[in-house]
Design a protein around this ligand. Structure first.
Ligand SMILES: [Mg+2]
Length: 307
């Protein structure tokens, strides 16, 4: 049974008696999933993303080391801590378990109290690591994804688009005359403006896979997987209009006297040797064009291999 807000532990053992025993120990404290085989363990780990895997080493269909190796080889399951559970006792076995990415080793027969204590320690460590990871990918001022998170997402979406031959669109956006805004109103107001823009962009971005990030300064990027040029132009016009409609006073920004943005649009169905750097460059050039043509507008550039 799933208990909301309790960590989920996947217990893997080919002995039904052992699984029952483990379940009885863990269930008062955790949501428990069980798998009697390596194959099922991998399937459950991928689909349910448990917070920890308790992994028997001797399974009838495979060996626990191999299951661990496969968990560590995939982005989806790499960060799930694995505790080996085994009757093996040699030092070489334990070293082997740590080498391939296990975080601890519990030998059978085990004491329930010690098992619970070790699991608790590793669950707490994982929560801290997850939090650090999350903080490292967020922009401190606006609390939306930062440049680092954007780079990671762009790389992932670029290869995904290449594999599936689907269009990937990128918008790069810059607040018009933001330096003058800061000079006129001071940095605290400038920061407030950045936060409002970020919040507005994020509120308009709902599809899974879409990502809004602050690239730095007054520059934002929006990554739109599975979106062709027409779709990207439409989205860009919605973002542009939404920012103008915030009606944030900006007397030095002619002719609206409100905060506005310029947006560059780039779309590609990636084909070798095109790289994500090319998409970034083309989109950046489009933004430059939008600035040059008078700001508060959207531009796209037709480049070879970019469609
Ligand atoms: Mg076994």
């Amino acid at each position: 049974m799933h208990k909301p807000d309790t960590p989920t532990i996947l217990a893997v053992d080919d002995s039904p008696e052992n699984l029952d025993l483990i379940r009885n120990i863990l269930e008062p404290h955790y949501t428990v999933k069980v798998a009697p085989s390596g194959a099922l363990a991998l399937h459950i780990a991928r689909s349910y993303q448990p917070d920890m895997v308790l992994l028997d080493i001797m399974l009838h269909d495979s060996d626990g080391y191999d299951v661990c190796r496969q968990l560590k080889a995939s982005d989806k399951t790499r960060n799930i801590p694995v505790i080996f559970l085994t009757a093996k006792r040699s030092e070489a076995d334990e070293v082997q378990g740590f080498k391939i990415g296990g975080c601890d080793y519990i030998t059978k027969p085990f004491s329930p109290a010690i098992m619970l204590a070790r699991i608790k320690t590793h669950i707490q460590l994982k929560a801290k690591t997850d939090l650090l990871e999350k903080l490292a990918s967020l922009d401190g001022l606006t609390e939306i994804p930062n440049r680092r998170a954007f780079d990671t997402a762009l790389e992932r979406q670029f290869s995904q688009a290449q594999r599936t031959a689907t269009p990937l669109s990128l918008l790069i956006m810059d607040i018009d005359y933001f330096k003058q805004y800061n000079d006129h109103y001071g940095h605290p107001m400038g920061d407030d403006c950045l936060r409002r823009v970020a919040k507005t962009l994020q509120a308009l971005t709902h599809r899974p896979g879409d990502l809004v990030a602050r690239l730095g300064g007054e520059e934002f990027a929006i990554l739109l997987p599975n979106t062709d040029l027409a779709g990207a132009m439409l989205r860009a016009s919605q973002y542009r209009a939404a920012i103008e409609e915030l009606r944030i006073q900006h007397p030095l920004n002619e002719p609206t006297h409100f905060v506005t943005v310029s947006i560059g649009v780039g779309t590609t169905i990636p084909v070798a040797p095109l790289s994500q750097a090319d998409l970034l460059e083309v989109t950046d050039n489009a933004l430059y064009q939008a600035k040059k043509q008078g700001r508060n507008q959207i531009c796209r550039i037709n480049a070879p291999l970019i469609r």
